[in-house]
Design a binder for this molecule. Structure first.
Ligand code: MG
Length: 352
């Protein structure tokens, strides 16, 4: 979300863009944003005003006449918005994008009982960016009492006697406040996404040996699983589920069993490959659910290790990684202990 605004300002030719984030988010922001010699990332303060002061300090040495302050929670800013503010600044100390209030405004008591209707004429909803002559802005901030709250920068410049004008805003500059707002923004940005589900199934036969691999975890056992690779049915089912969600065939298409290079291969390679295809398509894994079907080995003692291993391989939080186990009550090939099976589901979000 933040990257959209940063990229727009850089593309519009800003001499410097200062991103103000919480101190513990600086590294995350650095990784998420395109590297640019014009971009600085600084830690904000306790209040909005303190954060703006930190940004102004960061550009002390940059020679510019105009400064814009923008709330990155309004990500759909365009070069046209920036341009119209710069034009307005030619005749004013400050300019801000604003939309006329179109809804009727009610005043209510704390119980929700209406006590009045406010005349909405001449009322505007302030948006961002807000643009200011740099010297006016610095002087206004210098005279603003330390610790006093302000909900926007125009108020600070107004207080200092500055002439601030309204520039027609834009409904697409809506502010993201709730999770649902993000869905609307994605649609407006033409970045609608869909959720896909894929399922996978795999089975392997037991043979001589003393360990099995399941969901990327090695388990001591009185038999091993027979297969071309390490025969990790859990990872194979999961890889097929991921490939299935994005319509990319199955594990055998990507890693033919006839290819000697996969002989005895660790199956996490297959899973990582499937995730690379997902990411290359702009997709994102949401959650996975694996069911292992066998009488032996007992899965429960290893379940947590399997979840942690999968969470690590897939870069998912633990609560989006499920590993379950069941027997078939002695019936069928798993019941007779001839082999074991695994089923998996994967949910993936991708661009439409
Ligand atoms: Mg298999």
């Amino acid at each position: 979300m933040v990257a959209w605004s940063v990229e727009t300002f850089l593309a519009a030719g800003a001499e410097a863009v200062v991103l103000v984030v919480a101190a513990d988010q600086i590294e995350m922001a650095r990784q998420a944003l395109p590297p640019s010699p014009r971009l600085r990332i600084v830690a904000g303060g306790e209040t909005r005003t303190a954060s703006v002061r930190a940004a102004l300090t960061a550009i002390e040495a940059v020679e510019v006449e105009a400064v814009m302050i923008h709330d990155a929670a309004r990500p759909l800013i365009t070069g046209n918005h920036i341009e119209s503010l710069l034009t307005a600044l030619e005749i004013a100390d400050g300019a801000l994008l604003a939309e006329p209030v179109s809804d009727t405004l009610k005043r209510a008591d704390p119980e929700g009982l209406i006590v009045g209707t406010t005349d909405r004429e001449n009322l505007w909803r302030a948006q961002t960016p807000q643009a200011f002559g740099r010297e006016k802005l610095l002087a206004a901030y210098a005279s603003w009492p330390e610790g006093a709250a302000a909900t926007d920068d125009a108020a600070i410049v107004e207080q200092a006697g500055g002439r601030v004008v309204l520039v027609p805003g834009d409904p697409i500059l809506m502010k993201i406040t709730h999770a649902e707002d993000w869905l609307m923004i994605e649609r407006l940005a033409g970045e609608a996404r869909i959720t896909r589900v894929g399922q996978g199934f795999d089975a392997h036969r037991f043979g001589p040996g003393d360990r099995v691999w399941l969901c990327g975890v090695e388990i001591q056992h009185s038999a091993s699983l027979i297969g071309h690779s390490d025969a990790d049915a859990g990872l194979h089912a999961l890889t097929d589920a991921i490939l299935g969600a994005i319509g990319e065939g199955d594990i055998g298409d990507h890693f033919p069993p006839t290819d000697p290079q996969w002989q005895g291969a660790a199956s996490d390679k297959f899973l990582i490959h499937a995730m690379e295809i997902v990411r290359a398509r702009g997709g994102r894994l949401i959650n996975i659910d694996v069911t292992l079907i066998c009488e032996q080995p007992k899965i429960k003692p290893h379940r947590q290790a399997m979840r942690e291993r999968l969470a690590g391989l897939l870069d998912l939080p633990l609560d989006r990684v499920s590993v379950k186990a069941t027997t078939t009550e002695g019936m069928g090939f798993t019941g007779r202990g001839e082999g074991l099976a695994a089923q998996a589901l994967a949910t993936i979000e991708t661009p439409v």
